[in-house]
Design a protein around this ligand. Structure first.
Ligand SMILES: Cc1cc2nc3c(=O)[nH]c(=O)nc-3n(C[C@H](O)[C@H](O)[C@H](O)COP(=O)(O)O)c2cc1C
Length: 425
């Protein structure tokens, strides 16, 4: 039986020392000029000490004109690399734990992303998507402009930007990148028949809808070379009628194996279905604790690549159950915002667990935003060297987050205007 403590060998790069990954969490903590700074270094130092074999950063934007939130980090061609070197070093400062409980080469991968149509209007960014299909996210829909359909030139530029960001991540000392193709961002918009209404090479058949993701993966692999991990985060399903489903995921995983990906992280949902926190249709206990396990089990049998499953995992027994089902690695996000030391405790056989934040807010979109705001507050506290437990209710955390965002938005807009003037972008 495979245990959480066992190393995982991937097609590229050094083995991961154990089976626990810190999944990506957008930290919203960029220092001025959208760079990683002291706060991100402190945060990743704490997670590195926590024992996970792999730390995946929150999504880093490949294009400063198109950021999902004003506190996001941006890595482009002209971006200074030194702050990224220090960030990567912090993420490897302690190493993950191996079977012997010793520090043994924990890795840090940078998640790289383009949000496509998920760019709030008030950031004034370049909002493009496969087709001019606006976001339908209930009361939040008005926050996002109708996207402009991408031209062939936009698509080529996007492929090149993913490759440049990945290459520079390697130069900065990251051990791998994870291409974000889940949760309704640009690459997942192309995969979705609901958002992608194109009738050219990038629309229609699954192969065409996957073309951008595959071209990005090929370009990234070419640019980073061997000895560097390339993962892809993919939805096991969008949970929208007529959307990207598990059969699509099965085929796309095979396509990704053919173009040099090393691992696929399975998640689910998008801003429209809100199912990143679990499938609304699946009410069973285990499914509530490892949201996409059943879908992952359907994919394990045919997947030529190791799978990482993320969503809802907060207890060691559940993490072990996920591994028992044939999934190679478990990803934990929210719980590690509350307690960064969980992986080490689980690897030592302990049963430490954390309770997810809850809210009585009735509006589903608002409730999801409030629960996420609790995690964001916790990340900010960890990054400031404090204990993570936030004294705020989700509703209060949401109000605080909005205030912090307003300040960061002003800084982002200033930076964005200045870089546009200098022609950096
Ligand atoms: C505060 C926060 C920020 C997140 N940011 C990202 C992100 O940048 N990229 C990503 O792929 N997923 C992101 N997620 C989703 C998580 O990686 C994960 O898929 C989801 O939270 C379910 O796992 P969990 O139940 O362990 O939190 C974020 C989640 C939270 C709570």
């Amino acid at each position: 039986m495979t245990t959480l403590n066992e190393p995982l060998h991937l097609g590229s790069g050094a083995p991961l020392p154990n089976r626990i990954a810190k999944a990506a969490m957008e930290e919203l903590l960029a220092a001025p000029s959208q760079l990683p700074g002291d706060e991100l270094r402190t945060l990743y130092g704490r997670w590195a000490a926590g024992g996970a074999g792999l730390l995946i950063t929150g999504h880093v934007m490949i294009d400063g004109r198109a950021v999902a939130q004003p506190g996001d980090v941006v890595l482009e061609q002209g971006t200074p690399l030194e702050p990224f070197r220090r960030w990567a070093a912090a993420g490897k400062s302690a190493g993950g734990q191996s079977a012997a409980g010793k520090s043994a080469g924990g890795q840090i991968w940078m998640q790289i992303n383009h949000p496509g149509r998920v760019i709030p209007k008030d950031l004034g960014g370049t909002t493009w998507a496969p087709s001019a299909v606006p976001i339908d996210a209930g009361g939040f829909s008005g926050m996002f402009p109708t996207p402009r359909p991408m031209t062939a030139q936009d698509i080529d530029e996007t492929v090149e930007r993913f490759a440049v960001t990945a290459q520079r991540a390697r130069q900065a000392g990251f051990d791998g990148v994870e291409i974000h193709a889940a949760h309704g961002y640009l690459l997942s918009q192309f995969l979705s028949p609901l958002v992608n209404r194109r009738d050219d090479r990038w629309g229609g058949s699954l192969h065409n809808r996957a073309r951008l993701l595959l071209d990005v993966t090929v370009a990234v692999r070419e640019r980073v070379g061997a000895g560097f991990a390339v993962g892809v985060k993919l939805n096991s399903a969008d949970f929208q009628r007529g959307g990207f489903d598990t059969d699509d995921a099965r085929d796309v995983i095979k396509m990704l194996a053919d173009v040099g990906a090393d691992l696929v992280e399975l998640s689910g949902g998008s801003i429209e279905s809100l199912a990143t926190a679990g499938s609304p249709a699946d009410g069973r206990t285990l499914a509530r604790e490892a949201y996409f396990l059943e879908l992952a089990q359907q994919l394990v049998a045919t997947s030529p690549l190791p799978l990482l499953l993320t969503g809802g995992i907060r207890r060691r027994a559940v993490a072990q159950q996920v591994i028992d089902s044939g999934v190679a690695m478990v990803g934990v996000a929210t719980a590690l915002a509350t307690d960064p030391t969980l992986p080490g405790q689980w690897l030592a056989g302990g049963d430490a667990q954390v309770r997810p934040p809850r809210t009585r807010l009735r509006n589903r979109s608002l409730a999801a935003a409030a629960v996420q705001a609790v995690s964001s507050r916790q990340l900010a506290r960890l990054a400031a060297g404090k204990p993570s437990r936030t004294p705020y209710s989700p509703a209060v955390a949401l109000v605080l987050e909005r205030a912090v965002r307003a300040r960061r938005r002003r800084d982002y807009l200033k930076w964005h205007t200045a870089t546009a003037r200098e022609g950096v972008n």
